[in-house]
Design a protein around this ligand. Structure first.
Ligand code: IMP
Ligand code: MG
Length: 221
C-alpha cells in the first residue's frame, strides 16, 4: 500500500475551467473539428513536469531508479520527465543512475474503462526485484489499472515503489487510490493529447484537450 505524502502538491484544474480557445494555439488541422478547448497547454505540462522531476529526485535521489513506463499513454510524459531528471543529474553534485523499463497495459474501449486490465508485452517484471521503481503513468481514473500493476509488482519484491501520474481525474468512479506524485488533478471529462488517446487517435497532439461528443462518435470502434 502506498500513502500520499502531504508535501507533494498538485495543480488543480477546477470543474468550471474554461480552458483556452483552440485558435490561440497550434493544433493539427485534422483534429480541429474534434476538440472543444485546450485545457492544459503543452508549455504548462512541461513546467509542471520539471517540478515533478525535482520532487522525485529529492525523495528517490539516494538510490538507483528504474523508471517503468506504462505504455502507450505514458510515453511522452515518460520521455519529458526523464529529460528533466537527467538534467538534474547532470548539474548537481549528487546524482543517481537511471535505467528504464516498459510495460503495456490496456483497459479502455471507446471512452469507457473496462473491468479487465490486460498486460500486453513488456520485460519480465522479475527484473525489478530489489530495485527502486518509479512507475510513470499518464492518467489515473478509477485507479484500477494502477492497483493491478502494483499488486503484480509486489509479487516481484522491489525495494521501493513510487508512482507518478501526470493526471488524476476527479471522479465518483475512483477507488480512492492516489499516486505519490500528481501533475494535475482534472475534471471528469475525456481528455486527449500529449499521448493520451481515444481509440489510438490524438496521441499526435501536443496540448491536452477535451474531446467533443461528435468526435467520440466519429472515432468510435
Ligand atoms: P483507470 O484504470 O480507470 O485508473 O484508468 C487508467 C487508464 O485509462 C489510463 O492509463 C488511460 O490509459 C486510460 N484513461 C482514463 N481516462 C482517460 C482519458 O480521459 N483519456 C485517455 N485515456 C484515459
Ligand atoms: Mg495509461
Amino acid at each position: 500500500p502506498i500513502s500520499v505524502s502531504p508535501k507533494n502538491r498538485w495543480f488543480k484544474i477546477p470543474d468550471d475551467e474554461k480552458g483556452y480557445k483552440l485558435d490561440l494555439f497550434c493544433v493539427p488541422k485534422h483534429y480541429e473539428e474534434d476538440l472543444d478547448q485546450v485545457i492544459i497547454p503543452h508549455g504548462l505540462i512541461m513546467d509542471r513536469t520539471e517540478r515533478l522531476a525535482r520532487d522525485i529526485v529529492r525523495d528517490m535521489g539516494g538510490h538507483h531508479i528504474v523508471a517503468l513506463c506504462v505504455l502507450k499513454g505514458g510515453y511522452t510524459f515518460f520521455a519529458d520527465l526523464l529529460d528533466y531528471i537527467k538534467a538534474l543529474n547532470q548539474n548537481s553534485d549528487k546524482s543517481v543512475p537511471l535505467t528504464v523499463d516498459f510495460i503495456r497495459l490496456k483497459s479502455y474501449c471507446n471512452d469507457q474503462s473496462t473491468n479487465i486490465v490486460k498486460v500486453i508485452g513488456g520485460d519480465e517484471l522479475s527484473t525489478l526485484t530489489g530495485k527502486n521503481v518509479l512507475i510513470v503513468e499518464d492518467i489515473v481514473e478509477t485507479g484500477r489499472t494502477m492497483e493491478t500493476l502494483l499488486s503484480l509488482l509486489s509479487e516481484c519484491n522491489p525495494k521501493m515503489v513510487k508512482v507518478v501520474s501526470l493526471l488524476v481525474k476527479r471522479t465518483p468512479r475512483s477507488s480512492g487510490y492516489r499516486p505519490d506524485y500528481i501533475g494535475f488533478e482534472v475534471p471528469d471529462s475525456f481528455l486527449v493529447g500529449y499521448a493520451l488517446d481515444y481509440n489510438e487517435y490524438f496521441r499526435d497532439l501536443s496540448h491536452i484537450c477535451i474531446l467533443n461528443e461528435n468526435a467520440k462518435e466519429k472515432y468510435k470502434v
